[in-house]
Ligand binder design. Structure first.
Ligand code: HPA
Length: 271
């Protein structure tokens, strides 16, 4: 079966849930923040071609329903490069959403704060990224039905969507910072020396996801908004060691606020 056939088969399976123009990917510990009205759900395992998540807490499902009258797809859980998948598998869902007709993709994640002045609990709009994965999901023959060989990445995180998010945040009294996200491979956290190097490159946040999906989304012509929950000081920024438990705890503490922001923002998206 060729690439496009796999995508089309998965797209058909998702169209049985609806025809959303907005999709939201909810990252680690955030999967419960967006209950939808009249939602219909398929597990990743029920959608042909979708990857099977391997890490506990990343159970994957796709839900379609409405939020304030707007139809939206919510992906609860994602797969990561560090789990051992190829990047082509990591971005498979995003490419399928493009075929389904999704025009705006919102990506959320947990991230370490590199920038001095970023604190655990901060919500940060991603303004740009640095791909430090050493790999690109578009490597290999271009799938011309999806997009061009050499896609532009100069405004990957849509300025208009960021402005709208800032407006909604201000109305709700939810402070939003802004910063550059660096994708590291993981699964080990970074060393203090790596974090100092990343800071010198202009990175404000570090995480292990999002960037492959953004590249695939831009390739397919979707507009992107990225939001990080800062869950910890990046390695060496504060004296204490990093732990996954801390990441999950802070995510839980901020989940409701991010849910409020997204619930107010999504009905106002320009699609
Ligand atoms: N590094 C990488 N990924 C992360 C971090 C971090 O400090 N915090 C949450 N995800």
């Amino acid at each position: 079966m060729d690439h496009m056939e796999r995508f089309r088969e998965a797209a058909q399976s998702i169209r049985e849930l609806g025809s959303p123009k907005v999709a939201v990917v909810l990252g680690s510990g955030l999967s419960r923040i967006l209950p939808l009205e009249g939602e219909r759900v398929k597990k990743f395992t029920e959608i042909p071609g979708f990857p099977r998540p391997t890490v506990e807490g990343h159970a994957g499902e796709v839900a379609v329903g409405t939020l304030g009258g707007k139809e939206v797809l919510v992906q609860r859980g994602r797969i990561h490069f560090y789990e051992g998948y190829d990047l082509a598998e990591v971005v498979f869902p995003v490419r399928v959403y493009a075929l389904v007709g999704v025009r705006i993709l919102i990506l959320t994640n947990a991230a370490g704060g590199i920038r001095f002045g970023f604190f655990p609990g901060d919500l940060v709009l991603i303004s740009d990224h640095i791909n430090f994965l050493g790999a690109n999901p578009l490597r290999g023959p271009n799938i011309a039905e999806l997009g061009p060989r050499f896609p532009d990445m100069s405004a990957a995180y849509d300025p208009e969507l960021r402005k709208l998010a800032r407006e909604v945040g201000a109305e709700l009294g939810i402070p939003l910072k802004e910063g550059v996200y660096l994708a590291a491979l993981g699964p080990s956290y970074e060393t203090p020396a790596e974090i100092r190097a990343f800071r010198a490159w202009g990175a404000d946040l570090v995480g292990m996801s999002t960037v492959p999906e953004v590249i695939a989304a831009r390739h397919a012509g979707m507009r992107v908004l990225g939001i990080s929950v800062v869950t910890n000081f990046a390695a060496g920024v504060a004296p204490q060691p990093l732990s996954h438990e801390e990441v999950l705890e802070v995510t839980q503490a901020k989940a409701a606020e991010l849910g409020r922001l997204l619930s107010a923002l999504i009905p106002r998206l320009p699609v």
